[in-house]
Structure formats: structure tokens, C-alpha cells
Design a protein around this ligand. Sequence first.
Ligand SMILES: Nc1ncnc2c1ncn2[C@@H]1O[C@H](COP(=O)(O)OP(=O)(O)OP(=O)(O)O)[C@@H](O)[C@H]1O
Ligand SMILES: O=C(O)c1ccc[n+]([C@@H]2O[C@H](COP(=O)([O-])O)[C@@H](O)[C@H]2O)c1
Length: 209
Amino acid sequence: MRNVIDQVPKSLAIMGGTFDPIHYGHLVTAEAVRYEFNIDQVLFMPTGHPPHKSQENITHSEHRYLMTVLATATNSHFNVSRLEIDRKGITYTIDTIKDLIRIYGENVELYFITGADALSHIFTWKDAEELLKMCTFVAVTRPEYHKEELIEKVEIIRNYYQSKIHFLEVPALSISSTNIRERVKKGMPIKYLLPESVENYIYKFKLYL
Ligand SMILES: Nc1ncnc2c1ncn2[C@@H]1O[C@H](COP(=O)(O)OP(=O)(O)OP(=O)(O)O)[C@@H](O)[C@H]1O
Ligand SMILES: O=C(O)c1ccc[n+]([C@@H]2O[C@H](COP(=O)([O-])O)[C@@H](O)[C@H]2O)c1
């Protein structure tokens, strides 16, 4: 089987997330960033034990990993990494970026894709200043948040840390994993919110009931 790490891309964008479950909001965002910044590969990085979410409320990492593999299988520019789910202890983005530099070398141009909402809290992340120097961030705006307010917050971070942060508006997709989990629990349809393969996986393993 092809090993993603055998291929050394010139530019690599990391799409980090809990992906519980992955949905079209994530996929549309990743594809928009790939196209806009002419990126060779997008590496989806399901979180292991994220610092900001309680482990009891998160679906087992193997389920989240497999759903991410299913969702990304049809895009030749998309791959999924096990780096974070295989790492013991709390997973921090700075450790992931350092691992990726060790694996791909210093010359790979690294991007980190994140919602502008998540980026506006980056000063609470581990070693934020160092992290902001190591890769370019793409802050995508999500429809359900106040865009202007968020952009203002992120611009303060960008100026304070003198960091490389780009903004990108993606087609309005008001989908969230929280909403999908709630819909499954209530027996409501989730069709067209996420790939059919992921929908079937959720039903097969009776997730979110
Ligand atoms: N609909 C969307 N459009 C654009 N970006 C999104 C969307 N949903 C999530 N993201 C971004 O994708 C990344 C991973 O998100 P995550 O896996 O936490 O999904 P989520 O839908 O926000 O989940 P939850 O509802 O459980 O918090 C984050 O940077 C988040 O801001
Ligand atoms: O490194 C940190 O301290 C850190 C703190 C909060 C979030 N992150 C990363 O941000 C990404 C998006 O997180 P989330 O909760 O929106 O899925 C995901 O890759 C997390 O690992 C990273």
C-alpha cells in the first residue's frame, strides 16, 4: 500500500480536527485552501487526545480516523495521518509540526488550516509563538460566526506575533460535527451533510446514539 510519507510534497497543508465526524464543511474547506494556495497535498490530522476537549465525550480515535479515511479516499490530493492518534498523552499541534518537519524535511512549505474561530484562541495553544513562526496559517471563516469580529481578533494576533496568517472565505456551509451528532441522536437525517460512506459507517457502528 502507498505510504503517504514516501512522497515528499513541496507544500503540505495540515487540516487538524477532532472529525467526530468529518463532514462536508471540513472537505470543502480543505479543497478550497488547496486550490487557492496551490498546495500539493492536504494531510488530515485527526486529533488524539486534544488539550481542549474532554476525552470521555470524544468517539474512539480509530473510528474518527477510519471515517476520515473514507471521506478523503476519492481526492488524490488528500491523505490522512495517524501521527496524533498514535501519540501518547495530550496532542499538541507544535509537536505534530515538529514531527512533520522531521519526516518531510526542512524545505517543505507547511500550512495549517483552521477555522478563524479556533485561530482566535491560538494564544492558549502550546508554544503559540514558535508555532506561528513554523508554518503559515490559513484562517477560514465559518458562516455561523461574526466574521468581522473574528478577523479583527486574528489580525491582532498576526500583528502581535508578526506571523504569516491568511484569511479565506469558503462557500457558506453551516455544518458542524456537534449538529450531526445531535441529529443522529434524535433520529433525524444526516444525508448530504457528509459523505455517504461516513453516514453508513456511523449507522453500522451505531455511533452517536
Ligand atoms: N462548516 C465548516 N466550515 C469551515 N470550517 C470548519 C467547518 N466545521 C469545522 N471547521 C473547521 O475545521 C477544523 C476542525 O473542526 P472540528 O473537527 O472541531 O469540527 P466541528 O464541526 O467544529 O466540531 P464540533 O462541532 O464537534 O466542535 C476547525 O479548525 C474548524 O474551525
Ligand atoms: O496545540 C494546542 O495547544 C492546540 C489547542 C487547541 C486546538 N489545537 C488544534 O486545532 C485543531 C482544531 O481543533 P478543533 O477543536 O477545532 O477540532 C486541531 O488540530 C487541534 O489539535 C491545538
